[in-house]
Design a protein around this ligand. Structure first.
Ligand code: FES
Length: 127
């Protein structure tokens, strides 16, 4: 039911953890199941230079969280914002249809972390 890539990212998730001095943090809950993900980013010159996540959720949520960290690192903020749940699912060679909602978490958390960074940056610019 799960592809090898999903199993690999579930068993060996990349970039797990927290960034204590993160530039942006995104927290998202999945209304369909109650699972939660936190995503932390470091940004330099509008590029995602570091990214970590903590996901309290199902295997598919962990695998998609892990995959999105690999997709986002090194990307510009504009490129990272465009990463969709379909991109994440395709990079994992697909998810079972009933688990597609799990990939919302990762894509939404990344966008929220970028928004958080942009809000903080705008506030600093005003100060
Ligand atoms: Fe909750 Fe997958 S069942 S994110």
């Amino acid at each position: 039911m799960y592809t090898e890539k999903v199993m690999d990212h579930f068993a060996n998730p990349r970039n797990v953890g927290e960034i204590p001095d993160a530039d942006g943090i995104g927290k998202v809950g999945n209304p369909q199941c109650g699972d939660v993900m936190w995503l932390y980013i470091k940004v330099r010159d509008d590029i995602v230079t570091d990214i970590k996540f903590k996901t309290f959720g199902c295997g598919a949520a962990i695998a998609t969280s892990s995959m999105i960290t690999e997709l986002a690192i090194g990307k510009t903020l504009e490129e990272a914002k465009k990463i969709s749940r379909q991109d994440v699912a395709e990079s994992l060679d697909g998810l079972p249809p009933q688990k597609m909602h799990c990939s919302n978490l990762a894509a939404d958390a990344l966008r929220k972390a970028i928004e958080d960074y942009e809000t903080k940056k705008a506030a600093k610019a005003k100060a």
